[in-house]
Design a protein around this ligand. Structure first.
Ligand code: GLN
Length: 193
């Protein structure tokens, strides 16, 4: 198994480190050529969704990635990565990949509370409390009927899944808890079988 981590901008190294820790091979996806290499799942990291979205268009990568996802390849978007996947960005006219039936609010926690740490339940395989670092985070305002909510904080949705698309508002890759990555890798294993 090899996981492609989008590496045009943002916190991709931290995802690779987490995958290393789990003994899983990864590669960086930096350009269109990299997209023709062999990988079994995609991670879209945190960073700045506007910048990443623009780079995906400028580098002519956005249609290819959308197609991989439409064909069922597992994808895990954290924070800005989640915004890239969202069908609707409530407070922006932009849409990037738009493959997941969620409406997200960018920078949803305001300036003061923009970054914080929480511990809350994640419903992956069973339910477990995990650490959740938020950095100028979005949250999910509403989800379509095919979307499962995996975590809420103060009633707001911060993790969700639709088929093999997994998203979190927070950054599990900045913690030592591999639960969310393990959950994603299980989706990749199912996909490969
Ligand atoms: N605020 C960023 C955005 O809108 C996301 C922040 C993050 O990925 N940590 O793209």
């Amino acid at each position: 198994m090899i996981i492609g981590v989008l590496a045009v901008q943002g916190a991709f190294i931290e995802h690779r480190n987490m995958l290393d820790m789990l003994g899983v091979n990864s590669m960086e996806i930096r350009n269109k050529m990299d997209l023709s290499k062999s990988f079994d799942g995609i991670i879209l990291p945190g960073g700045e969704s506007t910048v990443m979205g623009k780079l995906l268009c400028d580098l002519d990568m956005i249609d290819d990635i959308r197609q991989y996802i439409s064909k069922g390849m597992p994808v895990f978007g954290t924070c800005a990565g989640m915004i890239l996947l969202a069908k609707t960005i409530v407070n922006s006219p932009m849409k990037h990949l738009g493959t997941m039936d969620i409406s997200v609010v960018r920078n949803a926690y305001g300036r003061q509370l923009g970054s914080f740490n929480a511990v809350a339940s994640f419903h992956g395989e069973g339910e477990k409390q995990i650490p959740m670092p938020f950095i100028r985070a979005p949250y999910i305002e509403s989800v379509g009927e095919d979307v499962n909510v995996l975590s809420r904080i103060n009633g707001r949705i911060v993790a969700a899944q639709q088929g093999r698309q997994l998203v979190t508002s927070f950054h599990p890759e900045l913690t030592k808890d591999p639960l969310v990555h393990r959950h994603f890798l299980k989706l990749v294993k199912d996909y490969l079988q």
